[in-house]
Design a protein around this ligand. Structure first.
Ligand code: GAP
Length: 512
């Protein structure tokens, strides 16, 4: 099965089992907006709790806030979003469709690279065992020609983007003879910058002064509350402020499911430090954040750092943690050393002093900031795609199982009477009533036990508890484990503590 087919199956699975639905589906959907169903919202809540606890509970010097989506419009001027939060867009005059110019070019490069891979696969087939891939790539004339073409397009695109040269970007699209995928024509407009922020109007003002933006990141809510939190919490540098919340971006390229959405959630933490100590803290958070990801158990090989060579003007170090999504390695989290840029800009635009008095240094300064910024939805996608397994069983049957870390699984325990008989259902219901005080549980009595196990596997429930006739005399039940499908008899009394040990958030937090 190709990665593409696997991804399609995963998307279908998440819909069938209540994880994620296309938003407004009844009205044919709305691009790049998704709703979380009964399973997805539990999974998402567990991920958010894991992040929140790892920041706010594990670090005495990090506190959490919840700022508003609407903020004073000047904030977005100060942050640079009004002037520079843009994508270069181009329209096709025949299809009337709008595209991101850089994405058209990236797709063109991806096609060339696919050609190269096809050529390599052909070589492999032709030469069999004796095939030396490295040598083939270094010498085959077709591969070399295509690689040179891709390198040239990439270099011209980077230069045009770095120079903000929109004419050169358009010329590159023309030179590559890129056609509109819908109309098939090359009838392109000029490339223009398009701001990604959604705007709306405040109350009864209709002129520009009343323009409000839906926040495109949660970070600014932290910066503008720096003094409030520092003073009210008597926080001493170094300290952090964490926040989870919605962000909105008018993304033009809306694809890859919940990877790039127009309404999404971020988990951001700004860590304020002494000027000069920021690179030490940058390294600290880079390591800590990777540990957070690794504890989820999706495999070290599926994560990598991408250190930025070209830095934004306000940053002096930046890296992405990338995850191996079904469509390749892509950014999951960004860690940036943002200097004192944001606090200084808000000081300038608000006209109010934003400084910290450091009693140890007996001096005031504008703190430097290390930002860790991760998308909730991208983490959900990483967890879903890492957990999704199609397995062939010894008896020839197949099962789809979501191998979530037990602490993140939406449902922790399913309580199942072996058959629907009053004496069994009464005991099962009693167990359910006890367990549901601590865990999210499901009670199911319909269908064969095998079918019920399959349904629980499909939503990733780590434990199934089966009540049978022996339970009535020995006070024990069968505890089935999701991944190994192993079964053991355990006493009903011990159930809460056995389950707690496995599904507790502690299992994750103690690894960071
Ligand atoms: N405050 C910094 C900031 O917002 P960013 O790289 O633009 O940086 C941070 O976004 C994270 O937010 C990304 O690593 C990604 O996980 C998530 N994210 C950004 N845009 C997104 C979108 N359109 N849909 C889903 N997640 C997104």
């Amino acid at each position: 099965m190709t990665q593409e087919e696997l991804f399609k199956n995963l998307i279908a699975h998440t819909k069938e089992y209540g994880f994620i639905f296309p938003s407004s589906e009844l009205y044919d959907g709305l691009g790049a907006v998704y709703d979380y169903g009964q399973m997805g919202s539990e999974l998402k809540a567990n991920i958010k709790k894991y992040w929140w606890d790892s920041m706010v509970k594990l670090n005495e010097n990090i506190v959490g806030i919840d700022s508003c989506i609407f903020m004073h419009p000047k904030i977005w001027k100060a942050s640079g979003h009004v002037d520079a939060f843009n994508d270069p867009l181009i329209d096709n005059k025949d299809s009337k469709k709008r595209y991101r110019a850089d994405v058209l070019l990236e797709d063109y490069i991806a096609k060339i690279e696919a050609k190269i891979e096809k050529e390599v696969a052909k070589g492999q087939k032709r030469f069999g065992e004796a095939f030396d891939e490295a040598q083939f790539r270094a010498t085959n004339p077709n591969v070399l020609r295509e690689k040179a073409k891709a390198d040239e397009v990439r270099a011209r695109m980077s230069k045009a983007l770095n120079d903000n040269d929109l004419v050169a970007l358009r010329q590159l699209i023309i030179d590559c003879e890129i056609v509109d995928p819908i109309s098939g024509t090359r009838n392109w407009t000029d490339v223009r910058q398009f701001n990604l922020m959604f705007s709306t109007q405040l109350g009864n003002t209709s002129d520009e002064t009343g323009t409000l933006y839906l926040r495109p990141e949660t970070a600014q809510g932290i910066f503008v509350n720096f003094l409030n939190v520092q003073k009210s919490g008597r926080m001493k540098i170094p300290f952090g402020i964490a926040q989870i919340g919605k962000a909105f971006r008018n993304e033009i390229v809306a694809r890859q499911f919940i990877f790039r959405m127009r309404e999404f959630e971020q988990m951001e933490m700004q860590f304020f430090v002494r000027p000069g100590e920021e690179l030490k803290w940058f390294e600290h958070w880079k390591e800590k954040r990777l540990k957070w990801h690794l504890a989820i158990g999706l495999g070290r090989e599926n994560y990598r750092y991408h250190d930025h060579e070209k830095l934004a003007h306000y940053a002096n170090a930046a890296t992405d943690i990338e995850f191996n999504f079904p469509f390749g390695f892509k950014e999951l989290e960004g860690i940036h050393s943002r200097t004192d840029f944001d606090l200084r800009r808000h000081q300038e635009f608000s006209g109010k002093k934003i400084q910290y008095f450091d009693p140890e240094q007996n001096a005031s300064y504008t703190p430097y900031d290390i930002e860790t910024s991760i998308g909730v939805d991208r983490t959900v996608l990483a967890v879903l795609s890492g957990a999704y397994c199609q397995e062939k069983l010894d008896n020839g049957e197949e099962r789809v199982v979501m191998k979530f870390h037990p602490a993140l699984a939406p449902v922790k325990v399913a309580v199942l009477p072996l058959v629907k008989k009053d004496e069994l259902t009464a005991v099962a219901q009693k167990i359910m009533d006890e367990l549901k005080l601590d865990f999210n549980c499901q009670y199911e009595e319909k269908d064969t036990i095998g079918r019920r196990y399959r349904r629980q596997d499909a939503i990733g429930t780590p434990f199934c508890v089966t009540v049978d006739f022996d339970s009535l005399t020995d006070g024990k039940v069968t505890l089935r484990e999701r991944d190994t499908m192993s079964q053991e008899r355990v006493s009903i009394e011990q159930l809460p503590s056995i389950v707690e040990k496995k599904v507790s958030m502690k299992r994750l937090l103690e690894q960071i």
